[in-house]
Ligand binder design. Structure first.
Ligand code: BTN
Length: 247
């Protein structure tokens, strides 16, 4: 069965592109124009890929899986963080299936050791959530300064990877919508094991990671503070962290 047909069986419609500026840009525009849930925009290369915190994520043909899912989740706005965290878990799980032992750096970056394997950018577009995922497939053609900080899955059939990722993502989404967040949260926390107890920098200041709370917020304790602080968004910096891929 073709990828398009396999995705259609799962209620997903593939928009397959060769070269784009950003799959998220295309998916967000489509969502704002009212496209139904289930659109999947996949591209072979990307020249103005969007990342979190103003980062960019570009890729030459074949170097990365570049995909954006348009979802209209049946969860209250206050619980959408659960889905964005679950996207990181979906990537981690797919990497594990491929024999790559990855961990999640809160909120949803995926690392192998100190190197970044995948980045995720979730964007709101009206009442739709666009889940944009970039997974490195190979790093040998990247500029050295980027390559040094990037991990990859290695030889992988990109169609098969997309299918497995879609299955994981939709499976976790369904679980969360059906009240299974507690179990998903526990799996996310376990997959963040290198961060737990680690010394990090938050907004330039030192802190220690305490855990992940019931809403998916990261709990960090600043020096001298009695109670942990809840981080709902942003980045924390670990000593082991590599630079982000790419450009
Ligand atoms: C980050 O690490 O800051 C997130 C990077 C997210 C990149 C992916 S690639 C596919 C999708 N399209 C985009 O423009 N961005 C996401």
């Amino acid at each position: 069965m073709t990828l398009r047909a396999e995705l259609a069986r799962r209620g997903l419609r593939l928009q397959d592109e060769d070269a784009v500026d950003s799959t998220n840009r295309i998916a967000v525009d489509a969502a704002r124009q009212g496209v139904e849930e289930g659109l999947v925009v996949r591209a072979r290369s990307q020249t103005a890929g969007r990342g979190r915190q103003g980062r960019t994520w570009n890729a030459a043909p074949g170097d990365a899986l570049l995909v954006s899912f348009v979802r209209r989740p049946a969860v209250p706005l206050s619980e959408v963080t659960r889905l964005t965290l679950a996207a990181g878990l979906a990537v981690r799980d797919v990497a594990a299936e491929a024999g790559v032992d990855a961990w999640i750096k809160w909120p949803n970056d995926v690392f192998v050791g100190p190197k970044k394997l995948a980045g995720i950018l979730c964007e709101w577009a009206g009442d739709a959530l666009v889940v944009g995922i970039g997974v490195n497939l190979r790093t040998d053609r990247l500029p050295p300064e980027v390559r040094d900080h990037a991990a990859c899955l290695g030889p992988t059939d990109p169609d098969d990877l997309l299918l497995r990722l879609a299955d994981r993502l939709l499976g976790l989404e369904e679980l969360i919508e059906d009240g299974g967040w507690i179990a998903v949260r526990a799996r996310c926390a376990a997959a963040m094991w290198p961060m737990l107890g680690a010394d990090v920098a938050v907004d330039g200041g030192p802190a220690a990671v305490v855990g992940l709370d019931e809403d998916g917020a990261l709990l960090v304790r600043r020096p001298g503070a009695d109670t942990p602080e809840r981080l709902l968004a942003g980045d924390v910096h670990l000593g082991t962290e590599g630079a982000t891929c790419c450009s």
